[in-house]
Ligand binder design. Structure first.
Ligand code: G3H
Length: 540
């Protein structure tokens, strides 16, 4: 039995260290303010954590529960509920005064906070996120909701006044778009989903929400809170196979906004199903292959530390992870041992164990897929540089540092989304510039160096290629007040706290002639509070 095998716990160890969540065969889902019962087929939910049989040594994924495999008819009922609640913009939710809408969200936030322990435990067991990062994901999401409330108030304050321009008296407010379909990714099944779901709701849209493919049970503790804190039909939560459920929703033509974090192929397939593409707004977070570009002037020790943190946090399963490392050929022999040492220092462990950094991977067959990428790189002349890199047992893999990676290898272009660190030697920086310009992706990149004269011109070149350039720092989404975006196949739209409110709304203008009669009429309407749109209240 390998040393990696032995890292998986026995049932007795689990019971002593971190009992698994109580098995849940979930049959309920949320439509129109009701928790409906699903009598049909269920989808099993397995943990990436495998349990070791003490006597045989076999490892088997822990079974955590099951979720409803809804069919297209059930999914369409959820959409109908959202369509009714929106009522072509005349529903209670889209016309509700902003402060009241905010009260609903605050109520939800308070109810959600009570479920912290349950959700954090499920984040560890369902997707293998370590305890610290699971707690961080939950807390960051709560902060995001609070910040969104503040941003919305600020937006409303800025919109409360009238403007006059060229003799026209006007007032501009942002209003909702309609029904939003929100789907998040398995690596941030709470946070990333809520960064679209919450702004969509707060702007007055109604929502159908389908949880990610893994990290799905962790939404269950929040279903009651959704039900109790929002009017019926405003938020509907469905489960099931994407093809059957989401496909039907898109084909109906009743989805106004598609908020999707996943692959660009998945997004294209969904968009194509909509019968009126120009009526569909898409907010997409997609694939990325963010490069780290190490310059000859880089501080190699500091660079190695930051590169490995950026490449391997949560096992490399972040859209923002550094997924290809470019190194001057002359410095490769100095940098590779530093990178290998950083990898060796990472602790492989179960998510709840102290200081766990590399944990089991939730996608079935993922370690085999990673091994195939390594084999392809080896076939084309690369080697695994770190000791034991790429060894795996079940769902747990020791990260692999792979060198020299070249354009012939799959790892050069493909997004690995896992614990592989491909390093490409370069002789001329133009090779790297060419790679970035020709890449299908354009989310972020990192430049490592100390000479401003070398870094500055690259910043100017790359500013038109990617959504964020990080200097001596890994790629990342945070802080959430910064724009999070990408070009080409990496994203559509921009998500910061402020930008997300814009993505799920459209500016609408009320205008009249700025003459005496126009002013008189508008003044009366404001004073008599005839229109919520025209109100000039300051939101405290
Ligand atoms: O997976 C994509 C996430 O948005 C990355 O967020 O950079 O905060 O880990 P992060």
């Amino acid at each position: 039995m390998s040393e990696l095998h032995l890292l998986f716990p026995t049932a007795a160890q689990v019971a002593a260290e971190c009992p698994a969540p109580v098995y849940l065969a979930q049959r309920h889902y949320l439509i129109d303010g009701e928790l409906c019962h699903w009598p049909g087929e269920l989808a099993d939910v397995f943990s990436p954590v495998q349990i070791r049989d003490d006597s045989t040594g076999n490892i088997e994924p822990a079974r955590l529960g099951a979720t409803p495999l809804l069919d297209s008819a059930a999914a369409l009922k959820a959409l109908d509920a959202a369509v009714r609640a929106y009522d072509l913009g005349r529903g209670e939710w889209p016309t509700m005064p902003l402060l009241q809408r905010i009260r609903h969200v605050e109520q939800f936030l308070a109810a959600m906070a009570e479920k912290r322990a349950a959700v954090v435990q499920l984040l560890m067991w369902e997707i293998g996120k370590n305890a610290a990062d699971a707690a961080k994901e939950f807390d960051r999401t709560c902060d995001y909701i609070r910040d969104t409330i503040q941003a919305l108030k600020q937006q409303d304050r800025a919109a409360s006044h009238f403007i006059t321009e060229q003799g026209v008296l006007g007032k501009i407010r942002r209003v909702p778009l309609g029904v939003a379909l929100c789907m998040g990714p398995f690596n941030y099944p709470l946070n990333e989903t809520f960064t679209t779901l919450i702004p969509a709701l707060m702007m007055g849209n109604t929502v159908v929400f389908k949880p990610a493919k893994y990290g799905v049970l962790l939404i269950e503790p929040l279903l009651q809170a959704f039900r109790q804190c929002f009017p019926a039909g405003v938020i509907n939560v469905i489960y099931g196979r994407g093809r059957e459920t989401v496909g039907a929703l898109m084909q109906s033509g009743n989805v106004d906004v598609l908020a999707f974090i996943g692959t660009n192929k998945g997004a294209s397939d969904l968009k194509r199903l909509h019968p009126k593409p120009h009526r569909l707004k898409a907010v997409l977070g997609l694939d990325a292959k963010n490069p780290a570009i190490v310059l000859p002037c880089a501080d190699l020790q500091a660079t190695a530390k930051e590169v490995i943190a950026g490449a391997l946090a949560f096992n490399g399963q972040r859209c923002t992870a550094l997924k290809i490392i470019f190194v001057p050929r002359r410095q490769a022999s100095a940098l590779l041992p530093l990178l290998a040492a950083q990898i060796d220092a990472l602790k492989l462990a179960m998510p709840w164990q102290a200081d766990a950094q590399i944990t089991p991977l939730p996608e079935p067959g993922k370690t085999d897929a990673m091994a195939a990428l390594i084999a392809d790189a080896r076939d084309h002349g690369a080697q695994v540089v770190n000791c034991g890199g790429g060894n795996f047992a079940g769902s747990l893999m020791r990260p692999a540092l792979i060198y020299p990676v070249s354009p012939k290898m799959r790892l050069y272009q493909e997004e690995q989304f896992g614990p592989l660190v491909p390093v490409v030697p370069y002789d001329d920086i133009n090779e790297v510039v060419h790679y970035v310009i020709r890449s299908n992706f354009g989310q972020q990149l990192s430049i490592f160096g100390t000479d401003g004269r070398a870094i500055g011109p690259l910043v100017d070149i790359f500013a038109n290629q990617v959504g964020r350039i990080n200097i001596n720092s890994q790629c990342q989404r945070s802080p959430d007040s910064f724009p999070f975006t990408g070009r080409k196949d990496s994203a559509e739209g921009t998500l910061s706290v402020q930008d997300a409110l814009h993505q799920f709304s459209i500016p609408t203008l009320v205008a009249t002639k700025g003459n005496e009669a126009g002013i008189h009429l508008v003044r009366n309407m404001v004073q008599q509070r005839d229109s919520a749109f025209l109100a000039t209240d300051f939101l405290f």
